[in-house]
Design a protein around this ligand. Sequence first.
Ligand code: CTP
Length: 401
Amino acid sequence: MLAGRRILLIIGGGIAGYKVLETIRRLKDAGASVTPVMTRAAEEFVTPLSVAALAGSRVYRNLFDLTDEAEMGHIELSRAADLVVVAPATADLMAKMAGGHADDLASTLLLATDKRVLAAPAMNVRMWDHPATRRNLSVLRGDGVLVVGPDEGPMACGEFGFGRMAEPEAIVAAVSAALAEGKLRGRHVLVTSGPTHEPIDPVRYIANRSSGAQGAALAAALRDLGARVTFVTGPASVPPPQGVTVIPVQTAREMEAAVRAALPADAAVFAAAVADWRVEDARDAKIKKDGSGRPPVLSLSENPDILKAVAGMRDGRPRLVVGFAAETGDVLAQATAKRQRKGCDWIVANDVSPETGIMGGSENAVTLITPDGAEAWPRMSKQAVARRLADRIALALGEPA
Ligand code: CTP
């Protein structure tokens, strides 16, 4: 996916430097070329030799290296890349970036570049929480710098909290997203996914067999086209993709609130298998057998129909509202009627009869129903369905904003 893409990798001086080697390896495996630049402090944590060996490129270290200037000046170096990645982005490097300093090769390249910059911060939790770092972060975000991580967890310095550099896998996903073709750049797309859990009591709930795989694949495909994706997900068995804003919810009502809070959006895709009903009087304490042999009676009430509510919005309706229809018989007729009933623009219909193996499986066979008619797509992986649907969404929304 990163074939032929050129990454200028600026390595700051932090203990997270050891993860940079793995990040370089993964970027190379994905087909990217990596030109490394190391600060003086970075060399205390990883050796230029190992960086050069993994990157398959010389390491640039010194602003005043005349050979560099003869071969490739610092301005050219900063431009001859598709993306500049800063990892680890230390507190000091972030402060320099925010302040526009240019007192070494790394900071000069960051000031001179005309390319997008992706920073992977890594520092002690107190440094991360310090008002100065918060300020710098918001300045950098305002300048259009993309940020991946940091993660929460135990740190090399013995403390616990936010400040660990994002894992190499997450950095590579963020690089892919940043280098996306851009058909959806500037667009905000909302995706719901997964099942919902409707509590019966604190330990039991009503659920369904949705794995969340199709929704997650779709969010990743939209991200790869450059969209800003808000991913509202019930408790799915498939992890959410990197590089999207994840809003985890449990119940249909929580999902509805999260969807409303995430609007406005250019497009909204409702891939979640929302429970139609919830237990009217979910108990606060675990329901016990009362010895009578009679099971408890659960009365159900209907959940809000999130898709229908959003499709019917008068103000702020996303330009494109896409629903899914999971049917077990007469798929086309049911889904066509559902499109009308819900007021959405498109319905992605699929047959989830157990013999199809679709629900919880890795493949999907869908029919896309639009105002222009029905298109049956051949059976393919859920990733392929996602990419095709993301392409169609990009086409429907038109030229990037
Ligand atoms: N949906 C929703 N909110 C609900 C129920 C469904 O947003 N409370 C959305 C789903 O995410 C999906 C579409 O509506 O995009 C269709 O869901 P489906 O369960 O197939 O439809 P139902 O409305 O439940 O219709 P029926 O039970 O009659 O098949």
